[in-house]
Design a protein around this ligand. Structure first.
Ligand SMILES: *[C@@H]1O[C@H](CO)[C@@H](O)[C@H](O)[C@H]1NC(C)=O
Ligand SMILES: *[C@@H]1O[C@H](CO)[C@@H](O)[C@H](O)[C@H]1NC(C)=O
Ligand SMILES: *[C@@H]1O[C@H](CO)[C@@H](O)[C@H](O)[C@H]1NC(C)=O
Ligand SMILES: *[C@@H]1O[C@H](CO)[C@@H](O)[C@H](O)[C@H]1NC(C)=O
Length: 399
Protein backbone atom coordinates (compact mmCIF):
# COMPACT_ATOMS: atom_id res chain seq x y z
CA UNK A 1 0.00 0.00 0.00
CA UNK A 2 2.52 2.64 1.04
CA UNK A 3 4.55 2.33 -2.06
CA UNK A 4 1.51 2.51 -4.29
CA UNK A 5 1.34 6.15 -3.25
CA UNK A 6 4.93 6.44 -4.26
CA UNK A 7 4.09 5.14 -7.71
CA UNK A 8 1.51 7.88 -8.10
CA UNK A 9 4.17 10.46 -7.43
CA UNK A 10 6.53 8.82 -9.86
CA UNK A 11 4.18 8.46 -12.80
CA UNK A 12 4.09 11.94 -14.34
CA UNK A 13 6.61 12.49 -17.08
CA UNK A 14 10.24 11.86 -17.61
CA UNK A 15 12.85 14.41 -16.64
CA UNK A 16 16.36 15.14 -17.76
CA UNK A 17 19.13 13.05 -16.24
CA UNK A 18 21.29 15.00 -13.83
CA UNK A 19 24.07 13.11 -12.18
CA UNK A 20 22.78 9.61 -11.62
CA UNK A 21 24.15 8.10 -8.45
CA UNK A 22 25.97 4.95 -9.67
CA UNK A 23 25.21 3.23 -6.35
CA UNK A 24 21.66 2.53 -7.51
CA UNK A 25 23.00 -0.25 -9.73
CA UNK A 26 24.83 -2.07 -6.92
CA UNK A 27 23.40 -4.89 -4.82
CA UNK A 28 24.20 -5.28 -1.12
CA UNK A 29 27.52 -7.15 -1.53
CA UNK A 30 28.44 -4.68 -4.28
CA UNK A 31 27.80 -1.69 -2.03
CA UNK A 32 29.65 -3.17 0.94
CA UNK A 33 32.66 -3.91 -1.25
CA UNK A 34 32.59 -0.44 -2.82
CA UNK A 35 32.74 1.19 0.62
CA UNK A 36 35.82 -0.80 1.59
CA UNK A 37 34.46 -3.60 3.77
CA UNK A 38 34.84 -7.37 3.44
CA UNK A 39 31.59 -9.19 2.65
CA UNK A 40 30.41 -12.80 2.63
CA UNK A 41 27.11 -14.26 1.43
CA UNK A 42 25.63 -17.20 3.34
CA UNK A 43 22.52 -19.24 2.54
CA UNK A 44 20.53 -20.54 5.50
CA UNK A 45 17.84 -23.18 5.17
CA UNK A 46 14.87 -22.95 7.52
CA UNK A 47 13.08 -26.01 8.92
CA UNK A 48 10.26 -25.42 6.43
CA UNK A 49 12.61 -25.20 3.45
CA UNK A 50 13.03 -21.46 2.81
CA UNK A 51 16.50 -20.39 1.68
CA UNK A 52 17.49 -17.13 3.35
CA UNK A 53 20.49 -15.00 2.49
CA UNK A 54 22.67 -13.61 5.26
CA UNK A 55 25.14 -10.90 4.27
CA UNK A 56 28.11 -10.84 6.60
CA UNK A 57 30.64 -8.09 7.26
CA UNK A 58 33.10 -10.18 9.27
CA UNK A 59 35.30 -7.27 10.33
CA UNK A 60 35.93 -3.58 9.80
CA UNK A 61 38.11 -1.70 7.34
CA UNK A 62 41.20 -1.89 9.53
CA UNK A 63 41.46 -5.53 8.47
CA UNK A 64 41.29 -8.87 10.15
CA UNK A 65 43.58 -9.59 13.03
CA UNK A 66 46.20 -12.32 13.00
CA UNK A 67 45.37 -13.12 16.58
CA UNK A 68 42.96 -16.05 16.47
CA UNK A 69 41.79 -15.44 20.02
CA UNK A 70 40.72 -11.96 19.11
CA UNK A 71 38.82 -13.26 16.11
CA UNK A 72 36.94 -15.60 18.41
CA UNK A 73 36.19 -12.71 20.73
CA UNK A 74 34.53 -10.76 17.94
CA UNK A 75 30.88 -10.75 19.01
CA UNK A 76 28.33 -11.59 16.32
CA UNK A 77 25.42 -9.20 15.80
CA UNK A 78 22.36 -10.17 13.79
CA UNK A 79 20.75 -7.07 12.30
CA UNK A 80 17.22 -7.65 11.04
CA UNK A 81 15.49 -5.21 8.67
CA UNK A 82 11.90 -3.95 8.69
CA UNK A 83 8.81 -4.42 6.53
CA UNK A 84 9.42 -4.40 2.75
CA UNK A 85 13.13 -3.88 3.21
CA UNK A 86 16.27 -6.03 3.13
CA UNK A 87 19.84 -6.26 4.40
CA UNK A 88 20.34 -2.98 2.48
CA UNK A 89 18.59 -1.16 5.36
CA UNK A 90 21.76 -1.06 7.40
CA UNK A 91 24.19 0.23 4.77
CA UNK A 92 22.44 3.27 3.26
CA UNK A 93 25.19 5.72 4.08
CA UNK A 94 28.91 6.40 4.11
CA UNK A 95 31.18 4.19 6.29
CA UNK A 96 31.04 6.79 9.10
CA UNK A 97 27.22 6.96 8.93
CA UNK A 98 25.57 3.61 8.22
CA UNK A 99 24.90 1.42 11.30
CA UNK A 100 26.38 -1.83 9.93
CA UNK A 101 29.63 -0.14 8.88
CA UNK A 102 30.15 1.68 12.17
CA UNK A 103 29.55 -1.48 14.17
CA UNK A 104 31.89 -3.52 11.95
CA UNK A 105 34.61 -0.90 12.40
CA UNK A 106 33.96 -1.01 16.14
CA UNK A 107 35.02 -4.68 16.13
CA UNK A 108 31.78 -6.60 15.81
CA UNK A 109 31.01 -9.45 13.40
CA UNK A 110 27.99 -8.18 11.48
CA UNK A 111 25.32 -10.49 10.01
CA UNK A 112 22.58 -8.80 8.00
CA UNK A 113 19.44 -10.92 7.83
CA UNK A 114 16.90 -11.16 5.01
CA UNK A 115 13.37 -12.29 5.84
CA UNK A 116 11.70 -14.91 3.64
CA UNK A 117 10.21 -13.53 0.45
CA UNK A 118 12.38 -10.43 0.01
CA UNK A 119 14.83 -9.77 -2.85
CA UNK A 120 17.53 -11.93 -1.27
CA UNK A 121 15.39 -14.66 0.27
CA UNK A 122 13.11 -15.48 -2.63
CA UNK A 123 13.98 -19.17 -2.83
CA UNK A 124 12.91 -22.50 -1.36
CA UNK A 125 14.04 -26.13 -1.58
CA UNK A 126 10.66 -27.18 -3.11
CA UNK A 127 8.30 -24.23 -3.53
CA UNK A 128 8.55 -21.87 -6.48
CA UNK A 129 8.10 -18.14 -5.69
CA UNK A 130 6.69 -17.69 -9.20
CA UNK A 131 4.53 -20.83 -8.99
CA UNK A 132 0.86 -20.56 -9.90
CA UNK A 133 -0.26 -22.15 -6.63
CA UNK A 134 1.23 -19.25 -4.64
CA UNK A 135 2.24 -21.70 -1.86
CA UNK A 136 5.62 -20.03 -1.48
CA UNK A 137 3.84 -16.87 -0.24
CA UNK A 138 1.82 -18.71 2.39
CA UNK A 139 3.46 -16.91 5.33
CA UNK A 140 3.45 -13.78 7.48
CA UNK A 141 5.73 -12.62 10.28
CA UNK A 142 4.43 -15.57 12.32
CA UNK A 143 6.67 -17.81 10.21
CA UNK A 144 9.49 -15.25 10.07
CA UNK A 145 9.51 -15.38 13.87
CA UNK A 146 9.05 -19.11 14.25
CA UNK A 147 11.40 -20.27 11.49
CA UNK A 148 13.61 -17.47 10.12
CA UNK A 149 14.87 -15.98 13.38
CA UNK A 150 15.86 -19.35 14.93
CA UNK A 151 17.43 -20.57 11.66
CA UNK A 152 19.57 -17.44 11.32
CA UNK A 153 20.60 -17.52 14.99
CA UNK A 154 21.61 -21.20 14.85
CA UNK A 155 23.53 -20.69 11.64
CA UNK A 156 25.51 -17.72 12.98
CA UNK A 157 26.35 -19.41 16.27
CA UNK A 158 27.46 -22.53 14.43
CA UNK A 159 29.69 -20.56 12.02
CA UNK A 160 31.27 -18.33 14.64
CA UNK A 161 31.62 -20.79 17.51
CA UNK A 162 29.90 -18.36 19.87
CA UNK A 163 27.11 -19.49 22.18
CA UNK A 164 25.22 -16.18 22.14
CA UNK A 165 24.75 -13.20 19.84
CA UNK A 166 23.30 -9.71 19.86
CA UNK A 167 20.12 -9.03 17.91
CA UNK A 168 19.35 -5.58 16.58
CA UNK A 169 15.98 -5.23 14.90
CA UNK A 170 14.24 -2.41 13.12
CA UNK A 171 10.45 -2.30 12.85
CA UNK A 172 9.28 -5.72 11.54
CA UNK A 173 12.71 -7.02 12.55
CA UNK A 174 11.54 -6.45 16.14
CA UNK A 175 8.09 -8.02 15.54
CA UNK A 176 9.78 -11.18 14.22
CA UNK A 177 11.96 -11.33 17.30
CA UNK A 178 9.13 -10.92 19.80
CA UNK A 179 7.00 -13.48 17.94
CA UNK A 180 9.90 -15.94 17.66
CA UNK A 181 11.06 -15.70 21.27
CA UNK A 182 7.48 -15.96 22.49
CA UNK A 183 6.72 -19.06 20.38
CA UNK A 184 10.10 -20.74 21.01
CA UNK A 185 11.31 -19.53 24.41
CA UNK A 186 14.33 -21.85 24.32
CA UNK A 187 15.94 -19.38 21.89
CA UNK A 188 16.11 -16.62 24.48
CA UNK A 189 19.25 -18.12 25.98
CA UNK A 190 21.05 -17.70 22.65
CA UNK A 191 20.47 -13.94 22.69
CA UNK A 192 22.90 -11.91 24.77
CA UNK A 193 20.71 -8.85 24.38
CA UNK A 194 18.23 -7.51 21.87
CA UNK A 195 17.86 -3.88 20.82
CA UNK A 196 14.61 -2.82 19.20
CA UNK A 197 14.71 0.29 16.99
CA UNK A 198 11.19 1.55 16.38
CA UNK A 199 9.71 -1.48 18.21
CA UNK A 200 6.49 -2.96 16.83
CA UNK A 201 4.32 -5.52 18.64
CA UNK A 202 0.80 -4.12 18.98
CA UNK A 203 -0.11 -1.31 16.59
CA UNK A 204 -3.35 0.11 18.02
CA UNK A 205 -2.13 3.71 17.87
CA UNK A 206 -0.46 3.68 14.47
CA UNK A 207 -0.75 7.10 12.78
CA UNK A 208 0.34 6.13 9.30
CA UNK A 209 -2.30 6.14 6.52
CA UNK A 210 -2.00 2.34 6.65
CA UNK A 211 -4.52 2.75 9.47
CA UNK A 212 -7.22 3.89 7.03
CA UNK A 213 -6.83 0.73 5.00
CA UNK A 214 -7.02 -1.60 7.99
CA UNK A 215 -10.81 -2.06 8.00
CA UNK A 216 -10.58 -3.13 4.34
CA UNK A 217 -7.86 -5.72 4.87
CA UNK A 218 -10.00 -8.71 3.97
CA UNK A 219 -11.23 -7.11 0.76
CA UNK A 220 -7.78 -5.91 -0.31
CA UNK A 221 -6.20 -9.26 0.43
CA UNK A 222 -8.95 -11.07 -1.44
CA UNK A 223 -8.45 -8.79 -4.42
CA UNK A 224 -4.71 -9.40 -4.49
CA UNK A 225 -5.18 -13.15 -4.26
CA UNK A 226 -7.86 -13.07 -6.93
CA UNK A 227 -5.41 -11.36 -9.25
CA UNK A 228 -2.87 -14.04 -8.44
CA UNK A 229 -0.57 -11.72 -6.51
CA UNK A 230 0.57 -13.36 -3.32
CA UNK A 231 3.72 -11.30 -3.47
CA UNK A 232 3.62 -7.71 -2.26
CA UNK A 233 5.76 -5.03 -3.93
CA UNK A 234 8.75 -7.08 -5.06
CA UNK A 235 11.92 -5.38 -6.14
CA UNK A 236 11.86 -4.70 -9.87
CA UNK A 237 14.02 -3.14 -12.51
CA UNK A 238 11.29 -0.94 -13.90
CA UNK A 239 10.92 0.70 -10.53
CA UNK A 240 14.65 1.37 -10.41
CA UNK A 241 14.37 3.01 -13.84
CA UNK A 242 11.62 5.33 -12.60
CA UNK A 243 13.67 6.15 -9.55
CA UNK A 244 16.62 6.94 -11.71
CA UNK A 245 14.57 9.27 -13.92
CA UNK A 246 12.46 11.02 -11.35
CA UNK A 247 13.72 10.86 -7.80
CA UNK A 248 17.30 11.30 -8.84
CA UNK A 249 16.66 14.19 -11.18
CA UNK A 250 15.56 17.53 -9.81
CA UNK A 251 15.09 19.06 -6.48
CA UNK A 252 11.32 19.33 -6.46
CA UNK A 253 10.77 15.78 -7.71
CA UNK A 254 13.15 14.55 -5.05
CA UNK A 255 10.98 16.30 -2.51
CA UNK A 256 7.91 14.48 -3.80
CA UNK A 257 9.67 11.15 -3.50
CA UNK A 258 10.80 11.78 0.02
CA UNK A 259 7.46 13.17 1.14
CA UNK A 260 5.72 10.00 0.09
CA UNK A 261 8.04 8.10 2.44
CA UNK A 262 7.46 10.58 5.26
CA UNK A 263 3.72 10.31 4.87
CA UNK A 264 4.10 6.71 5.96
CA UNK A 265 6.77 6.96 8.59
CA UNK A 266 6.53 10.47 10.10
CA UNK A 267 7.89 13.77 8.75
CA UNK A 268 11.48 14.68 9.45
CA UNK A 269 12.91 16.48 6.46
CA UNK A 270 15.99 17.87 8.19
CA UNK A 271 17.26 14.36 8.96
CA UNK A 272 17.05 12.96 5.46
CA UNK A 273 20.17 12.97 3.29
CA UNK A 274 18.90 13.45 -0.27
CA UNK A 275 22.09 12.01 -1.79
CA UNK A 276 21.01 8.58 -0.57
CA UNK A 277 17.37 8.80 -1.60
CA UNK A 278 17.83 7.19 -5.06
CA UNK A 279 19.88 4.38 -3.52
CA UNK A 280 17.25 3.78 -0.84
CA UNK A 281 14.54 3.68 -3.49
CA UNK A 282 16.60 1.37 -5.68
CA UNK A 283 16.66 -1.14 -2.79
CA UNK A 284 13.16 -0.63 -1.36
CA UNK A 285 10.50 -1.95 -1.53
CA UNK A 286 12.18 -5.35 -1.45
CA UNK A 287 8.98 -7.39 -1.36
CA UNK A 288 7.14 -9.62 1.07
CA UNK A 289 3.92 -11.67 1.07
CA UNK A 290 0.51 -10.03 0.94
CA UNK A 291 -0.28 -11.83 4.19
CA UNK A 292 2.60 -10.15 6.03
CA UNK A 293 1.11 -6.72 5.34
CA UNK A 294 -2.43 -7.96 6.03
CA UNK A 295 -1.24 -9.33 9.38
CA UNK A 296 -0.24 -5.82 10.52
CA UNK A 297 -3.54 -4.43 9.27
CA UNK A 298 -5.37 -7.08 11.34
CA UNK A 299 -3.47 -5.89 14.40
CA UNK A 300 -4.56 -2.31 13.87
CA UNK A 301 -8.12 -3.63 14.11
CA UNK A 302 -7.67 -6.14 16.93
CA UNK A 303 -5.25 -4.15 19.06
CA UNK A 304 -3.62 -7.46 19.95
CA UNK A 305 -0.22 -9.04 19.34
CA UNK A 306 -1.41 -12.36 18.00
CA UNK A 307 -1.09 -14.94 15.23
CA UNK A 308 -2.58 -14.34 11.81
CA UNK A 309 -6.37 -14.55 11.77
CA UNK A 310 -7.52 -16.94 9.02
CA UNK A 311 -11.19 -16.83 10.00
CA UNK A 312 -12.76 -19.18 12.53
CA UNK A 313 -12.88 -22.36 10.41
CA UNK A 314 -9.24 -22.24 9.28
CA UNK A 315 -8.16 -20.99 12.72
CA UNK A 316 -9.72 -24.12 14.19
CA UNK A 317 -7.78 -26.29 11.76
CA UNK A 318 -4.45 -24.55 12.36
CA UNK A 319 -4.66 -23.42 15.98
CA UNK A 320 -7.36 -25.70 17.40
CA UNK A 321 -9.35 -22.63 18.45
CA UNK A 322 -11.57 -20.19 16.58
CA UNK A 323 -9.59 -17.05 17.55
CA UNK A 324 -5.89 -16.70 16.74
CA UNK A 325 -3.64 -17.34 19.78
CA UNK A 326 -1.99 -14.30 21.32
CA UNK A 327 1.76 -14.04 21.70
CA UNK A 328 2.83 -14.18 25.32
CA UNK A 329 5.48 -11.50 25.76
CA UNK A 330 6.30 -12.89 29.20
CA UNK A 331 8.19 -15.61 27.30
CA UNK A 332 10.61 -13.01 25.93
CA UNK A 333 13.10 -13.27 28.77
CA UNK A 334 16.20 -12.17 26.84
CA UNK A 335 17.35 -8.66 27.85
CA UNK A 336 15.59 -6.15 25.58
CA UNK A 337 16.40 -2.47 25.01
CA UNK A 338 13.74 -0.30 23.39
CA UNK A 339 14.72 2.78 21.38
CA UNK A 340 11.78 4.81 20.15
CA UNK A 341 10.87 8.18 18.63
CA UNK A 342 8.08 10.59 19.51
CA UNK A 343 7.28 11.32 15.85
CA UNK A 344 7.22 7.67 14.77
CA UNK A 345 3.96 7.09 12.85
CA UNK A 346 4.40 3.30 12.85
CA UNK A 347 5.78 2.58 16.32
CA UNK A 348 3.62 4.98 18.28
CA UNK A 349 4.89 5.86 21.79
CA UNK A 350 1.62 4.55 23.31
CA UNK A 351 2.12 1.15 21.67
CA UNK A 352 5.78 1.13 22.75
CA UNK A 353 4.73 1.93 26.33
CA UNK A 354 2.34 -1.02 26.21
CA UNK A 355 5.14 -3.27 24.97
CA UNK A 356 7.49 -1.95 27.66
CA UNK A 357 4.93 -2.86 30.30
CA UNK A 358 4.66 -6.42 28.97
CA UNK A 359 8.34 -7.36 28.63
CA UNK A 360 9.73 -9.17 31.69
CA UNK A 361 13.37 -8.23 31.09
CA UNK A 362 13.45 -4.74 29.61
CA UNK A 363 16.88 -3.27 30.27
CA UNK A 364 16.65 0.07 28.44
CA UNK A 365 13.68 2.23 27.48
CA UNK A 366 15.04 5.19 25.58
CA UNK A 367 13.16 7.98 23.88
CA UNK A 368 15.30 9.54 21.15
CA UNK A 369 16.22 13.07 22.24
CA UNK A 370 14.70 14.81 19.21
CA UNK A 371 10.94 15.46 18.99
CA UNK A 372 10.91 14.96 15.19
CA UNK A 373 12.61 11.52 15.29
CA UNK A 374 10.66 9.15 13.01
CA UNK A 375 10.56 5.48 12.00
CA UNK A 376 13.28 5.63 9.38
CA UNK A 377 15.61 8.01 11.25
CA UNK A 378 16.83 4.97 13.24
CA UNK A 379 18.57 3.63 10.15
CA UNK A 380 18.68 6.48 7.62
CA UNK A 381 18.58 9.70 9.66
CA UNK A 382 21.60 12.04 9.55
CA UNK A 383 21.87 11.70 13.33
CA UNK A 384 21.47 7.89 13.42
CA UNK A 385 25.21 7.54 14.01
CA UNK A 386 25.30 10.02 16.90
CA UNK A 387 22.00 9.14 18.55
CA UNK A 388 21.33 5.49 17.83
CA UNK A 389 24.58 3.73 16.98
CA UNK A 390 26.64 5.52 19.61
CA UNK A 391 24.10 4.45 22.22
CA UNK A 392 24.21 0.83 21.03
CA UNK A 393 28.01 0.82 21.17
CA UNK A 394 27.79 2.15 24.71
CA UNK A 395 25.32 -0.53 25.84
CA UNK A 396 26.67 -3.66 24.12
CA UNK A 397 29.81 -4.19 26.24
CA UNK A 398 27.64 -4.54 29.35
CA UNK A 399 26.17 -7.86 28.17
C1 LIG B 1 24.97 13.01 2.56
O1 LIG B 1 25.63 11.90 1.99
C2 LIG B 1 26.77 12.24 1.21
C3 LIG B 1 27.30 10.96 0.57
O2 LIG B 1 27.57 9.97 1.53
C4 LIG B 1 27.82 12.91 2.10
O3 LIG B 1 28.94 13.29 1.31
C5 LIG B 1 27.19 14.13 2.76
O4 LIG B 1 28.12 14.70 3.67
C6 LIG B 1 25.92 13.76 3.48
N1 LIG B 1 25.26 14.97 3.98
C7 LIG B 1 25.04 15.17 5.27
C8 LIG B 1 24.35 16.44 5.61
O5 LIG B 1 25.36 14.34 6.12
C1 LIG C 1 17.66 -21.52 -5.17
O1 LIG C 1 18.34 -22.51 -4.41
C2 LIG C 1 18.86 -23.56 -5.18
C3 LIG C 1 19.46 -24.56 -4.22
O2 LIG C 1 18.46 -25.22 -3.50
C4 LIG C 1 19.88 -23.03 -6.15
O3 LIG C 1 20.34 -24.08 -6.97
C5 LIG C 1 19.27 -21.94 -7.01
O4 LIG C 1 20.24 -21.35 -7.81
C6 LIG C 1 18.62 -20.88 -6.14
N1 LIG C 1 17.92 -19.94 -6.98
C7 LIG C 1 18.09 -18.63 -6.88
C8 LIG C 1 17.28 -17.80 -7.81
O5 LIG C 1 18.88 -18.14 -6.09
C1 LIG D 1 27.16 -26.94 12.45
O1 LIG D 1 27.11 -27.12 11.05
C2 LIG D 1 27.66 -28.34 10.60
C3 LIG D 1 27.60 -28.37 9.10
O2 LIG D 1 28.00 -27.16 8.57
C4 LIG D 1 26.89 -29.50 11.20
O3 LIG D 1 27.49 -30.72 10.81
C5 LIG D 1 26.86 -29.38 12.70
O4 LIG D 1 26.03 -30.36 13.23
C6 LIG D 1 26.37 -28.01 13.14
N1 LIG D 1 26.51 -27.92 14.57
C7 LIG D 1 25.55 -27.47 15.34
C8 LIG D 1 25.85 -27.41 16.79
O5 LIG D 1 24.47 -27.09 14.89
C1 LIG E 1 -7.84 -29.10 20.90
O1 LIG E 1 -8.50 -28.51 21.99
C2 LIG E 1 -9.23 -29.41 22.78
C3 LIG E 1 -10.01 -28.64 23.85
O2 LIG E 1 -9.58 -27.33 23.97
C4 LIG E 1 -8.29 -30.44 23.40
O3 LIG E 1 -9.02 -31.38 24.16
C5 LIG E 1 -7.54 -31.15 22.29
O4 LIG E 1 -6.58 -32.02 22.83
C6 LIG E 1 -6.86 -30.15 21.39
N1 LIG E 1 -6.26 -30.83 20.26
C7 LIG E 1 -5.04 -30.57 19.85
C8 LIG E 1 -4.60 -31.37 18.64
O5 LIG E 1 -4.30 -29.78 20.37
Amino acid sequence: MPYLLLFLFLLPGVLADDDINPDIYLDVPGLITKYGFPVETHIVQTEDGYLLTLHRIPHGRQGDTEDHNRVMARQPILMQHGLLSSSSSWIMGAPEKAPAYIMADAGYDIWLGNARGNTYSRNHTKLDPDGRDGKFWDFSWDEMGYFDVPAMIDYILNKTGHTTLFYIGHSMGTTMFFAGMSARPEYNSKVKAMFALGPVATVSHILSPIRLLAPLTREIEALFLLLGHNEFLPHNRLFTKWVEKICAAQRYTKLMCVNSIFLLTGFDQAQFNMTWLPVILANNPAGTSVRTVAHYAQEVESGKFQHYDFGSRENMRRYNQTKPPQYNLKNVVAPVGLLWGINDFLADPKDVAHLAGSLPNMVHDVCMPRPSFNHIDFIWGDDADKLVVRLLLKYLPFY
